[in-house]
Ligand binder design. Sequence first.
Ligand SMILES: Cc1ncc(COP(=O)(O)O)c(C=O)c1O
Length: 483
Amino acid sequence: MGLAPTFRTDGDTQAAALTAARDPLEIVTERILEWPVEVRAARVTPVLSPDDIHSRVAAHDLSQPHDLGTLVAEVVDLLERGGLHSAHPRYFGLFVPGVRRAGVIADALAALYNPQIAAWWHAPAANEIERHTLAYLSRRIGFMSSDVTAMFTTGGSEANLTGVLLALASTFPSYQRDGLVGLTGRPVLYASDQAHDSLVKIARTTGIGERAIRRVQSDARQRLDVDDLRRQIARDRAGGKVPFCVIGTAGTTATGAIDPLPVIADLCRAEGLWFHVDAAWGGLALLSDQLRPHVAGIERANSVTWDAHKTLPIPMGAGMFFCRAHPLVESFFSVDTGYVPKALAGRGDPYQHSIQWSRRFIGLKVFLTLAELGSEGIAAMIDHQAAMARLLRERLVESGWRVMNDTPLPLVCFTRDSLSRDATADLPRRVAAEGVAWISAIRLPGGECWLRACITNHQTDPSDIDALVSGLDHAARGFLIGP
Ligand SMILES: Cc1ncc(COP(=O)(O)O)c(C=O)c1O
């Protein structure tokens, strides 16, 4: 790549002199143009050892000024050789899609102009771009009513937290003023044993405590078992507890399962419970006509989490929260400030309806990406990911692996009969050691271990699928216990 690191402890002074002369903007522009192409040929996993990275970073004396071009060259080298590349087409990992140029440009513009999104009047253009984008995505969920409110968040955790806070405020009108102390019974909420563990932090943060979480068992397809949910609600009511919320997941983190949203919606309506859908990743189905039917029922939720940064090729963080109860949202988050000029009529200020106050222009990367590709371009990208997942399933089966999940979303779980549980758990490390691909292993509630490959990158193509399967075959042969 032609950028010599300049803070090496080996004192590479000649390289330092060369890179010091470079304009940092020139370096960045070059990397924006070249890295998306070069990343395919790079190792997915880090080249530098943790000790190397530590000593190179620690070598920077922050009490002294340094040349910016030199620093930028060093950071570029550290990032390119000292990290796992989630933008790599053979990163079959957590929900981190690759990054397209529109998202990078958007983040650069957001940083350059740094509009203060907290108040509409402070950043009218930026706020209108966000409102327009969120209104479009609300309609994709199927939220059509005039009381919909939507916001960008730091990520799915904040969006889930917002949902639980509003569920509490809706069920317990005294919660807003008196907190938990004023509640008449112990609040409990329900989510499957596959739901994301941000829930645990949320229970601690809101003060309801971890013991307020009821983990509903999942069925053989890792979907929330509604009979168990019904039983647990009845048992809690009989025991004097106060059920207040059910969280359904559309696209679980481990296996991509989609809970039976319409049935949960019926139950929540009958029981008077807040229905929150965590579609942090599965929200990608909302952008594809092919996949949309699989998340039917999401439009009946009271609130929805959907992460743009998990479903579109944009930089983190861009979470989103949608809710069909604008008056509640306004009442819960609004504050009377003497030091902020009043909102303009009809133009709500974001800090008055969300947890965040000052915040960056998150929505620009979503707007630019959607607008550049259009709905057909986005749908084609997501359908391609789903097609690559189907191809991976086929190739795995042909090669003697057993596919364990059946989600329509692009996430494949698999095992090999000849591999022990420990060998399966160790396989991702072996695959990563070759640097060819990155996958993970998951533990199921019953203790089983499965391998997990998510087609999170829209540039993953059949050659990447073949490379993964042959990498897996090679790693499995390393255990010398099967073909
Ligand atoms: C289903 C689900 N919900 C919520 C989250 C949390 O999202 P974030 O990491 O953006 O806070 C994740 C993260 O992977 C997730 O998979």
